[in-house]
Every structure is written in C-alpha cells, then in structure tokens.
Design a protein around this ligand. Structure first.
Ligand SMILES: Cc1cc2nc3c(=O)[nH]c(=O)nc-3n(C[C@H](O)[C@H](O)[C@H](O)COP(=O)(O)OP(=O)(O)OC[C@H]3O[C@@H](n4cnc5c(N)ncnc54)[C@H](O)[C@@H]3O)c2cc1C
Length: 291
C-alpha cells in the first residue's frame, strides 16, 4: 500500500525544523531514517498531513567525546554508532548492543534518535540507556530540556516528547570506575526484535563490593523495565552464584510479559531469568578485571 498524501518539507537547519514543528504541531511527523515511520505510513497506521524530513540537517549528526562520555546527535546513523571507536571506548555497553539492533541494511539508514522517539518496548537501546543513566536533550522553538532516559518513555510507542519537540542529542555519561556491564537478548533470528532482553551495569568498590546495580529489561512489558528490587540482591556484597540466582528469581515480580504470536508470556518469563543470570555473570567477570 502507498501512504496517504502529505505535504513535504526538507529543512536544512535545526531552527527551521523547529519552526515548522511549532507551526504544524500535531499534524506533522518528522522523518529520520524512515525505517519505522515509512512502513507505518505505508500501512496507514499513521497518516501525517505534513512530513518534516530531518535528513538534510547536518548539525544533528555527530559523535563527540564529552566529559569522559559521549554526546551523539539524534540523526547519527545506527551503523555509525556501531562502528565508531569512540563508542567502543567510552560507551562499551552501547557498542556491544548495536549489532543486535535490526539488520545492517536498517542500521545504515536508521538513526539513534529514531530508536528513542519510536519507543518500541522491544528496542534494545532504551534499556541500555536506562542502565547507563543516559540523558536526552529535547528542543522546541521555545525551550530546551534534558530528560533522563528512565523518564523518557511513557508507554507503548510513546514518550514525553510534545508535538512541537525534537529529540536532538543523546548523552551517554562516562562509565564509573570498576563497572562491569553486559547485554543479553534472545530473538528467533539475529536482527529480529527480541523476545526478551536485558542490559545490566554493576559498579564495584575497589574491594569488589557491589555499590550499584542496574538490571533493565526490554520486550517484557509496554516500557523498558528497570528492575530495582531484583537489583537489591546484588548490591552490598561481592555477588556470588546465590545472589545472582536470587536476583534472577526476583525479577518475576517486576516484569509483565504478554503472549503473542512469537512467544508465550510463560516462555518470556523463563527467558528473562536465564538472560539475567548470564548478563550478571558476565558483568561480574568484567567488573572483576578492575578490582
Ligand atoms: C525489519 C525491522 C527490524 C527491526 N528490528 C529492530 C530491532 O531489533 N531493534 C530496534 O531497536 N529497532 C529495530 N527496528 C527499528 C529500527 O531500529 C528503526 O531504525 C528505528 O526504530 C527508527 O529509527 P529511524 O531513524 O528509522 O526513525 P523513523 O522511522 O524515521 O521515525 C520513527 C519515529 O520516531 C520519530 N522521530 C524520529 N527521529 C526523531 C527525533 N529526532 N525527534 C523526534 N521524533 C523523532 C518519527 O517521527 C517517527 O514517529 C527494526 C526495523 C525493521 C524494519
């Protein structure tokens, strides 16, 4: 099917794009990589009267080192993030996760900002962003604000973005010293959306006592799930097999998977436990290298 007709704008600066959004608000949609929006328009799940194409705005595509972490422009292609040596150095959990996002052809066009704005609960990067305390810069013609990744997602395919706002920058802070990290997911074929997945970060002191633990799930509810109660089983000691098992069991109370044609809720619960155990074991090993 073809999309319904729409008026097309191709601004070349951020200010121009924000002015167009301020003028057209609800009637407009922005086009980033088009990997999610174009199929939705073709299926007429969305039919914006106005399409604002961000692809000519060069100032929104960059990767910069900042305060030991990274600032990434919203229009940076996913493939560029995957391949950039600075991402591997300063945001290793992001680098580890990128190959799981869709397929190379999709990553060539898809943007980092598009993943966050689209807010698919099965997307990998939102969970990673929460586990790494990532911040998102949001702009309208009237104001600029910063939103913590954990506050950005409000429900299935929805975010705090107002109709006149753009996501402009993603800031991944420096990973604290003595931090171990891991990403795990299970999908039917590599590159498909995950049936379930988990991102975790464990920060230790120099004696190996875990000071902070983040265990964040994807594909197990309508939002990324930050399993705070389960993480408590890991904090306050050097995590051993018993603590890891206790954390993996405790996630049952925090996730809310559903049945669909790809997997049953029961199978997703089982996957979540297995993936959590594997991710925590890896994060402990990686954290140990720094004690
Ligand atoms: C077969 C297939 C498999 C996929 N598998 C995965 C997967 O495993 N994991 C995964 O994470 N994704 C997956 N995707 C989605 C892919 O990563 C998309 O690239 C991503 O969801 C959207 O990015 P985009 O740049 O293409 O955005 P678009 O499709 O252009 O836009 C998506 C939505 O975000 C809005 N938007 C985009 N950028 C901004 C911005 N800067 N500010 C405000 N709003 C904005 C648009 O208006 C639109 O509503 C898959 C897609 C396909 C087709």
């Amino acid at each position: 099917m073809k999309p319904a007709s729409f008026q097309y704008f191709a601004p070349t600066t951020l200010d121009e794009a924000l002015a167009l959004l301020a003028e057209h608000g609800d009637a407009a949609k922005v086009l980033a990589g088009g990997q999610s929006l174009t199929p939705m328009m073709n299926f007429r799940l969305v039919s914006p009267a106005i399409l604002i194409d961000l692809n000519r705005i060069g100032e929104l595509a960059y990767i910069r080192e900042r305060d030991g972490g990274l600032a990434i422009g919203a229009m940076t292609r996913q493939r560029q993030v995957e391949r950039d040596a600075r991402v591997a150095k300063h945001a290793p959990l992001v680098a580890e996760t990128m190959p799981f996002v869709a397929h190379p052809q999709i990553r060539n066009r898809g943007t980092l900002g598009g993943i966050f704005a689209h807010a698919d609960p099965a997307a990998e990067l939102p969970a990673v962003a929460i586990a790494t305390s990532t911040k998102l810069k949001v702009k309208s013609i009237k104001r600029e604000r910063w939103v913590e990744a954990r506050d950005f997602f409000t429900g299935l395919f929805s975010t705090v973005l107002a109709p006149d706002e753009l996501l402009v920058e993603i800031v991944v802070p420096a990973m604290p010293a003595h931090t171990g990290y891991a990403f795990q997911e299970m999908s039917r074929r590599h590159g498909d959306y995950a049936l379930a997945g988990v991102a975790c970060t464990l920060t230790f002191d120099d004696r190996g006592v875990c000071q902070e633990a983040r265990i964040v799930f994807l594909g197990l509810g309508t939002l990324p799930i930050d399993a705070r109660d389960a993480a408590k089983h890991i904090v306050g000691a050097t995590p051993n097999a018993e603590a890891i098992r206790a954390a993996s069991e405790a996630i049952d109370a925090e996730i809310d998977p559903s049945d669909d044609i790809h997997a049953s809720a029961k199978f997703r619960r089982h996957l979540a436990k297995v993936l959590t155990r594997r991710a925590l074991e890896t994060a402990v090993i990686r954290g140990k290298r720094n004690w």
